[in-house]
Write a protein that binds this ligand. Structure first.
Ligand code: PMP
Length: 445
């Protein structure tokens, strides 16, 4: 805030904003001042419908008083406690609650929980767990990590190594030995499909090709987002995830699902693991874990991975890894109440009930100017626009700015618009999204 402390007029110089064109933004800032339910209020007092649950995280909607009260109570009682060689009850309580809804079928749930502070930290944690697991079972040569083109796994060095976004990768060095499957996006064959596309299962065979190229004995794990979000909503072709699982099993490779956006109800089941019925060995989460209210992430590990690392001398640290904020008391308090809300309001399966209305609404935008694809699954949609010649990304960005001015928050990556509204959304919100976006697309023509 500036020296006059006028809430609408902060000084913008000092804050170096993440993933933002700072100079462009500061010339015409968009500021969100408060939030309630499905809406933000901008600093200039306008209601803005949240089409993206913040950044895919505010699944139960904004302004949940129960979360705020629980955090306040916890901070008053125990604000911080070290998690290394020390414990505090709420961290164990939250893990037990998470274990109850953990991804995977009954009897084989991934019910061992490791806390982190974010999605990026969850990814790096899972990658390290995979390498440590292989070593623990006598497979120490397995250090290679396989990701996928157009994957997004956060911004740690592990995450950018397995990720597949050019701008994340070209500036920074990556972990030696990381390699990539091709992505599954195929507009020619799969445009305007509702749910999982028919074509592309054979792309999972890329993992066989990488095994043939590098040798299975060098590969620790393969990580994919079950539905890639940040790179423009790429939905797995039918049979693709099943096939990846089978190839991993055949070659002793661990399978990691990055569920940072699909976790906690986004598809209509608690996890994409359950939605698709394909069980990986490790699942990374964050975002919806605490409804976005307090930063936190968690890795869900299978018993197989967990138990293999629990051997060795009694006094040895089993996994030499952790964060100051692992299991932060305030985050655990927020998380427990978030799980209560999800349970009491049926939010983890609500996307399944809304899916028909959502798909119908989103696909009604077909035929509008520049729309070359619409992809939907659960309560996610990707709307791909034809790029302007020589200026990729500018068309969707213009639509984004226009929508914000008209009271709708959308997310754009390149020329793809992504939606992931809070799971408390109703049909009327879908209608408003279609109406505001539809007008913006017509204006962009
Ligand atoms: N993995 C996936 C699949 C994500 O979508 C994101 C964030 N969008 C991340 C990891 C990174 O999470 P964070 O920004 O919390 O580090």
């Amino acid at each position: 805030m500036n020296v006059h402390n006028k809430p609408n007029e902060p000084v913008l110089d000092s804050y170096w904003m993440p993933f933002t064109a700072n100079r462009q933004f500061k010339a015409a800032p968009r500021l969100l001042a408060s939030a309630e339910g499905m809406y933000y209020t901008s600093a200039d007092g306008r209601q803005v419908l949240d089409g993206t649950a913040g950044l895919w995280c505010v699944n139960a909607g904004h302004g949940r008083r129960q979360i705020a009260s629980a955090v306040e109570r916890q901070l008053t009682q125990l604000d911080f406690a070290p998690s290394f060689q020390m414990g505090h009850p709420i961290a164990f309580d939250f893990a037990e609650r998470l274990a109850e809804i953990a991804p995977g079928p009954d009897g084989a749930k991934l019910d061992r929980v490791f806390y982190t502070g974010s999605g990026s930290e969850s990814v790096d944690t899972a990658l390290k767990m995979a390498i440590a697991y292989q070593r623990a079972i006598g497979q120490g040569t397995r250090t290679r990590l396989i990701g996928r083109e157009r994957g997004y796994h956060g911004v740690g060095f592990g995450g950018i190594s397995v990720g597949g976004i050019l701008n994340n990768r070209r500036v920074f060095p990556q972990l030696a030995g990381s390699d990539h499957l091709r992505h599954t996006h195929d507009l020619a064959k799969n445009a305007f499909v509702k749910g999982q596309p028919e074509h592309g299962v054979e792309l999972a065979d890329d993992l066989e090709r990488l095994v043939a190229l590098h040798g299975a004995e060098t590969i620790a794990a393969c990580i994919v987002e079950p539905v890639a979000g940040s790179t423009g909503v790429l939905i797995p072709p039918k049979g693709y995830l099943e096939k990846l699982r089978a190839i991993c099993d055949k070659h002793g490779i661990l399978l990691i699902f990055d569920e940072v956006i699909t976790g906690f109800g986004r598809l209509g089941a608690a996890f994409a693991t359950d939605y698709f019925g394909v069980t990986p060995d490790l699942v990374t989460t964050a975002k919806g874990l605490t409804n976005g209210a307090i930063p936190m992430g968690a890795v869900f590990a299978s018993r197989k991975v967990h138990d293999a690392l629990m051997h060795g001398p009694e006094n040895a640290i089993e996994l030499f890894h952790g964060y100051t904020y692992s299991g932060h008391p305030a985050a655990c308090a927020a998380g427990i109440v978030t799980l209560d809300i999800y349970r009491d309001e049926g939010l983890l399966t609500r996307a399944a009930d809304l899916e028909d209305d959502w798909q119908t609404a989103m696909h009604s935008l077909k035929g509008l100017p520049h729309v070359i694809d619409i992809r939907t699954i659960g309560l996610i949609a990707g709307i791909e626009l034809a790029s302007r010649d020589g200026a990729p990304g500018t068309r969707a960005y213009d639509v984004f700015v226009d929508c914000f001015e008209k009271g709708l928050l959308i997310r754009v990556t390149g020329d793809i618009i992504a939606f992931s509204p809070p799971l408390i959304a109703e049909k009327k919100h879908f209608e408003d999204i279609v109406s505001i976006l539809g007008d913006a697309l017509k204006r962009a023509a």
